[in-house]
Design a protein around this ligand. Structure first.
Ligand SMILES: Nc1ncnc2c1ncn2[C@@H]1O[C@H](COP(=O)(O)OP(=O)(O)OP(=O)(O)O)[C@@H](O)[C@H]1O
Ligand SMILES: [Mg+2]
Length: 377
């Protein structure tokens, strides 16, 4: 039996070239933000240039593409465009599991799409829930507590300094230097600010002062059968990207990979330093890669993810969060930098994400059938 979420529906008519709809929420800088939204609202939306890059990459293999904005008109646009498959990078539009909205709609309409499915994208956006799952299976996470009203009694295992952030945001939203709090007053003030501004719980965890890494994985057990680059995948079907280390010491927000730091171009003044592959002891490197893969599997992530990990004050890795819709802007997004550092071209990365997804929906013949050993004595 295949792992959760990897069941294949009956084969579709095999076509060599597909019509692919790239689904995304695009930033519209010209539009005024609605009232009452946080100062960094929509920071995780994509620029149209990212969609253009994805489309060009997909078209290099002969497919045709169309961009559809993942807004409330998406169901009508899908009916009109009739794509064979969607390349999904949509962040969604509010609610408690916005990254799961587009997958849910596509599942309902029976339209194939790339990447993780509904449940996973709902869980991974919720950092508290994700950490509860990881902690339950002994993956190392910092002590944490979710504040929903702000004046909850503080759990004894939480020692200052603490780190306070929205439980369900990405791209450093709600994360700046004030996220680090040193006493109860600062903690209460920050938790209340997060709860009231972002209209969601505040996740409070031990501040991790050590090195910061982001660890990408791609694949699944039978990836070699569908990939254009089977040599990328290890025996277990997964590719581990070179680990990227962030050096925030000279960034606009020293020690914190904040929204302000993330919005800087690579190499720009105030941007963090990026080292890829990170200079690592083989033992620590192995640990980080093992944790990232377990983190991916434990929430049933599919095809691709990026897990953020930091070292605690004793130098032990602690998992911070997982991104099941990692940014895919060429030469900018962490995962693209990781792929590039080992010579994987952007086009090839994007096409492998496509084919891993498509094969799960029965759109591709496997490269070769696994040997049938059942008749052997
Ligand atoms: N417990 C912690 N201790 C120290 N720093 C932290 C902690 N939690 C988060 N950070 C810092 O804040 C940054 C953003 O946090 P996190 O990765 O949870 O948020 P995000 O906005 O979802 O990120 P992404 O852009 O990867 O989606 C981290 O990269 C790290 O620098
Ligand atoms: Mg992160």
């Amino acid at each position: 039996m295949l792992p959760h979420g990897e069941e294949k529906p009956p084969s579709r008519r095999m076509k060599r070239y597909w019509k692919i709809a790239v689904l995304a929420n695009i930033k519209d800088e010209s539009q005024q933000k609605p009232e009452g939204v946080p100062p960094d609202a929509f920071a995780d939306f994509d620029h149209i240039e990212t969609v253009d890059s994805l489309r060009s990459a997909l078209e290099t293999d002969g497919h045709t593409t169309v961009f559809i904005q993942a807004d409330r008109d998406l169901p009508y646009a899908l009916r009109e465009e009739q794509p064979d498959i969607c390349f999904n990078i949509a962040e969604g539009l509010g609610g408690d599991a916005r990254e799961a909205q587009v997958p849910a709609l596509l599942e309902m309409q029976g339209i194939p799409y790339t990447g993780s499915r509904v449940l996973t994208n709902g869980i991974s956006l919720d950092k508290t829930l994700t950490k509860r799952i990881w902690r339950d299976r002994r993956l190392p996470v910092a002590p944490f507590q979710e504040f929903t009203i702000g004046d909850e009694p503080i759990r004894p295992e939480l020692e200052f300094p603490l780190f306070v952030k929205p439980a369900r945001e990405g791209t450093g939203m709600g994360v700046d230097m004030n996220a680090i709090v040193h006493n109860e007053k600062e903690l209460r003030d920050r938790a209340n600010y997060i709860i009231n501004t972002y209209m969601q719980p505040a996740l409070v965890e031990t501040f991790l002062p050590g090195r910061e890494f982001t660890v990408g994985v791609m694949g699944r057990a039978d990836a070699k059968l569908y990939s254009r680059h089977p040599e990328w995948y290890e025996k277990d079907g997964f590719h581990r990207f070179p680990i990227l280390e962030l050096d925030s010491s000279r960034s606009v927000t020293p020690l914190v990979y904040s929204q302000a730091a993330k919005s800087k171009e690579v190499g720009e003044e105030g941007a963090p330093g990026y080292f890829c592959p990170a200079p690592l002891e083989p033992e620590l490197e192995k640990k980080l890669k093992t944790f990232a893969l377990r983190a991916h599997q434990l929430i049933y992530a599919l095809d691709i993810s990026r897990t953020d990990i930091r070292l605690d004050k004793d130098g032990n890795p602690r998992l911070i969060e997982i991104n099941t819709l990692p940014g895919l802007t060429p030469d900018y997004s962490d995962l693209c930098l990781q792929a590039k550092s080992e010579g994987i071209r952007y086009e090839d990365l994007i096409l492998d994400i496509l084919y891993l997804g498509a094969s799960r929906w029965g759109m591709l013949e496997p490269r070769e059938y696994p040997q049938d050993t059942s008749k052997k004595k």
